[in-house]
Design a protein around this ligand. Sequence first.
Ligand code: MRU
Length: 372
Amino acid sequence: MTGQTQKNQTIWLDEDYPDGVRIIDQRVLPFTYSEITIDSVESMAESILTMAVRGAGCIGVSAGFGMYLAALEARSLTPAKAEEHLNASADKLLATRPTATNLSWAVAMQLKALSGIEDENQRIQKAREIAVGISDDDVSSCRRIGEIGVKLIRDLHTEYGRKINILTHCNAGWLAFVKHGSATAPIYAAQKAGIPIHVVVGESRPRNQGALTAWELNGAGVEHTYLVDSAVGHIIQNGEVDIVFVGADRVSMNGDVANKIGTYLRALAAREGDVPFYVNFPSSTLDPYSKNGISDIEIEERPEKEVSHVSSVVEGRNVAARVLPPGSPARNPAFDVTPHQMITGLITERGLCDANPMALAKMFPDYVARAS
Ligand code: MRU
């Protein structure tokens, strides 16, 4: 720890840093807690790319604040040059990570709101307002997802009369958003309600975001066990999982879900074991322009080195040790798509929705309208 008092929020404005945005640097978690200031759109893009901020919700909020930084940078430019700078900044942010919809959604919202504002102070004010609004919505959506999801855990507890075992994957906790998390919000709500729970956390190789989830649950005092990814089929087969909650990086209008690599395998095992499988996400993760996740969603391919090496943090420094013989090629698709037919339900702030095109169109008519 660096001596900083730990926050339970990933990104925020701080009056002591008026020209920047503060973030928790997730590159050194779960070993070192470190807050840093991001003071340019360039360094916000770098933070998204290098995963100092990560997780679909947090990426979207970071992009929103990135555009606020771009507006600050455009302060002394002519209106035409300012618009040029905003567009170039949007492109820079969009080029960082392709799968999480929240990124392009937040950037598009900022560009639309800022378009045509010639007064620099008004432009900065508007960009700040939009960024804070995106962040506030992320917080309230996750809180609502928790209220909806906890009912499912409570029902299982009433039915089984014992501790409920919840499987999650990757980190769809508060570190992947601003606060609360999407997959973890029902877990924290269950803990608050005094429902006995145990969370099974898969490591989520190669970046091991499961360790971030373990760090969060540890901090919150939630009972949990960390497993290698390949142990998940075994424990589902053994009846050690009652319900699955995962997050999402992009959801298509037919209910297909792109999420961290390995989600599809968990869905297959859950279907085989007759375990309910829920996907929790704020509606900013629903992509109105994607009709079919398997054919439409771009899957990020990440560096081979994340697979050929195992990484850790030693004395505050990132280190990597090779595990693959030199000369053997590796591949690193970061996400996969779970077909909607395998999903028991989608939990958003609007409610619990069946994972099919008709149910989504009924709950999200504004999304259907946006794409037509
Ligand atoms: O590659 P990351 O760490 O940005 O991965 C995204 C995720 O956090 C997960 O896929 C998560 O389940 C999505 S919920 C925001």
